[in-house]
Ligand binder design. Sequence first.
Ligand code: NAD
Length: 340
Amino acid sequence: MGTSIRRFTKGSDNNDTKSQGANSKLEKTAAADTKVPVVSFEDGKRVEKAISAQPAVVPATLGDAKKVAMPLDKTLVERLTPTMRKFLLVGKTVVVTGGARGLGFNMAQAMAEVGAKGIAIIDQKRDIGVPAAEELSAQTGVDVRFYEVDIRDSAQIAGAVKDIKDHYGQIDVLINSAGIADSNIPAETYEDDMWEKTIDINLNGAFKIGREVARSMINNKNPGSFVYVASMSGSIVNYPQEQSCYNASKAGVVHLVHSLAAEWAKYNIRVNSISPGYMDTALNRVPALDAQKKIWIDQTPQRRLGNVDELNNLAVFLASDASSYMTGANCIIDGGYCLY
Ligand SMILES: NC(=O)c1ccc[n+]([C@@H]2O[C@H](COP(=O)([O-])OP(=O)(O)OC[C@H]3O[C@@H](n4cnc5c(N)ncnc54)[C@H](O)[C@@H]3O)[C@@H](O)[C@H]2O)c1
């Protein structure tokens, strides 16, 4: 299977699909895919071109993917017990927002390992999204596509979701991991534009992508599972950093999940959220947070940050039929932080 890179940036040049550098171990496999269809929507008009892909390279930001994903050996499936089989996503198509790096990329790897036939990575960062998609495809042989989309933009989302459905047939799972964090900003000093940006990505974007994927599932009459990445900050107030906007945005996501789960159960769409505690991703690897990190660890019973792949198994559980009677749940996974 190949990798496709698709752009949905209004009025942008869609000819540039070059990836960076040249030192991936899997470079040869990824480079075997020479023609990449690139789609953009310019003034609402869909434009598709076949572009020669350059070798995939893993940028430093992808370095927090701790492992190389393995494809599922299909001969194993028949030997699994019925209980184990329910955890598989064989033949399913998964959309992962924020999948260019971090928790999203790791969950995309997990989806491939449990047999997904197709994975669409949606992210606004093409420079890391293209090599991420190429890398995942090379690792697993899964049909991975990259969509350059800002989840704040309904038109871009609509173009991407239609394209994903046209290509794969239907969408079965949405993992919404795209998000940003603002911290160490006292509430009384917040500027309107800073506040609005975080709410716009973390909450409004979460709604917009969910609405469009649900429309696709409802029109197609196929069941589905949504996994929203919220945060423990949606349930508790972090200490010592002041971050009212992030906390409010994630509390919004948690209750959005409750609401969507109640509304869309009639369409066989399940909606759940994962609320991570402090995870060891690029989001937290900034020198300004070093001193605070010591406090976070001290307040975490397991005495460490979560590894970047430690949401994977919960994401698989929620995405798959293993959780078929579960909807509207918010699952906190935080090394025990919320216990104190
Ligand atoms: N890292 C943590 O400690 C932690 C804890 C709790 C919750 N979370 C949540 O988990 C999610 C993933 O976090 P991460 O640590 O992997 O972060 P990350 O910054 O490594 O990855 C987030 C990805 O989302 C993408 N993104 C941001 N805004 C976007 C937009 N408008 N449209 C499309 N893509 C966009 C980014 O380009 C990036 O690739 C976020 O929602 C975050 O709030 C993280």
